[in-house]
Write a protein that binds this ligand. Structure first.
Ligand code: SAM
Length: 450
């Protein structure tokens, strides 16, 4: 691997004697890791090859399988995520009381790896806003959060600088900033081709802008977590130091076992591939020392669903009474946790380009048509009619093809397709015909080998 010369010099300066070990590690294969969904358990164990030291629910795999061909992947049983970046969860666990009701913002969120990581840390009284400024990346973010199943999420599409009216609103803000990507050279050769001293300068300036906007969003006593997947001082330690100079934040020190191989810097924590089983990563965590907390007050400007229709919905949800139900102008019904209605109202008022939370379906006349979001949500009732599919049929369902299984003895109506106990989506049995309600844009496009 031919590293850019300026980058090599920079790494020699950072690593000294360890530089050769670092270069050697770049020739080794990238570890493949998955993080299991704590709210969705498969009935079959997944074969793994060692645990990620800093995350209890994440494991290495021997090799990279074709994840598209595993129905459990489509059901949100796990997320394929680079190991070092999972450290965000440990940093939050050490600095935030996650048993409380929290308002959490993931500011640079697509494709959603860290949003799903955060969702797994939160309880059902907490709200996650996952924001992505680039419109074309919002779809994949929404899809990944839908699959993960945590019901209390909103996806938004704003520039952080447009969020001034959310000043002091969030208990936790994660800023996983766009960066020069030095830590990804092994995993993604493109990252190396795009690297230049100039791109480091540009990233550094952009990160400062994003950090300033992030800082404003945090409530006093709240936490700002800043991360990059790069090594240079400018984007990491210098930016972290700069934040403590320009805003009311103090750096928080974490407790890290020496055996984890993470390098502690003055302001943050650096991951190097020759010291950890993962890629290059940097994280720094800060607490806001002053400011005013923005109380959540407001009214959701959507029509409340009439009680008659709410009664129809009840059988579809595990704990229907924890939600309020609203109808959007397009007829979609959204389920909003009653305990968070003020928070949702504030977000709806300030962020105009956003989803409306968990859309559970819509009424056609008196019939309720459940959504795919509901099928994958952990809020769905457990006792709805369902059929367990073998792998071959589960893949056919996900390709929207006819199933091999004989479903002629199933009662007419809605039927959940399941694989290893996990919901894949809805079907509707109409006499001897079965309609597949998997959204077309979600279907598997690749050929399935015999
Ligand atoms: N957190 C994501 C995850 O774990 O899956 C990865 C985020 S990636 C490192 C950085 C994200 O920041 C990208 O999705 C990129 O589109 C977004 N971004 C780019 N420019 C931005 C800006 N000016 N403000 C905020 N986000 C930006």
């Amino acid at each position: 691997m031919k590293l850019p010369e300026v980058f090599s010099l920079q790494m020699q300066h950072i690593l000294g004697e360890e530089y050769q070990a670092f270069v050697k590690s770049l020739l080794e294969p990238t570890p493949v890791t998955i993080r299991l969904n704590n709210r969705k358990k498969t009935s079959e164990p997944i074969a793994t090859n060692g645990d990620v030291l800093w995350h209890t629910n994440a494991h290495y795999l021997d090799e990279r399988p074709v994840f598209t061909l595993d129905p459990a992947f489509h059901a949100g049983a796990y997320y394929v995520q680079e190991a070092s970046s999972m450290f965000v969860a440990e940093a939050i666990k050490q600095t935030v009381d996650t048993s409380k009701s929290l308002r959490v913002m993931d500011l640079c969120a697509a494709p959603g790896g860290k949003s799903t990581l955060l969702a797994s840390l939160l309880n059902d009284k907490s709200l996650l806003v996952a924001n992505e400024v680039i419109k074309s990346r919002v779809g994949v973010l929404k899809e990944n959060l839908e699959k993960w199943g945590f019901p209390n999420y909103i996806v938004s599409n704003h520039d952080p600088e447009e969020m001034i009216d959310l000043e002091g609103f969030f208990d936790v803000v994660l800023t996983d900033a766009p960066c020069s990507g030095e830590g990804l050279f092994r995993k993604d050769p493109n990252a190396m081709n795009e690297w230049s001293e100039n791109s480091v300068q540009l990233c550094c300036a952009r990160q400062k802008r994003i950090l300033q906007a992030s800082a404003m969003l945090v409530a006093p006593g709240g936490i700002l977590c800043y991360s990059t997947c790069t090594y240079n001082e400018k984007e990491n330690e210098s930016n972290a130091q700069w934040l403590t100079q320009v805003a009311d934040f103090e750096h928080v020190q974490l407790k890290i076992p020496a055996g984890w191989g993470i390098v502690e810097k003055k302001y943050g924590y650096q991951f190097f591939p020759h010291k950890v089983r993962g890629e290059g990563f940097y994280l720094s965590i800060f607490k806001k020392t002053r400011g005013e907390k923005q109380e959540a007050r407001g009214k959701i400007k959507l029509n409340r669903l009439p009680q008659k229709k709410v009664e129809v919905l009840k059988e579809w949800l595990q704990t229907p009474d924890v939600f309020d139900y609203y109808e959007k102008p397009d007829g979609q019904i959204v389920a909003i946790p009653s305990i968070l209605s003020n928070e949702y109202a504030v977000i709806f008022r300030v962020l105009h380009k956003r989803s409306s939370g968990l859309e559970i379906g819509q009424f056609k006349g008196n019939d309720f048509i459940p959504s795919h979001d509901l099928a994958l949500s952990t809020a769905i009732a457990k006792d709805l009619p369902a059929v367990e599919l073998v792998k071959e049929d589960a893949l056919k369902f996900l390709k929207r093809e006819n199933l091999g299984a004989d479903l002629s003895n199933q009662s007419k109506g809605w039927l959940l397709a399941r694989y290893q106990g996990l919901n894949l989506g809805f079907m509707k049995v109409i006499g001897d015909r079965i309609n597949n309600y998997l959204p077309k844009e979600w279907r598997i496009r690749m050929e399935i080998p015999e």
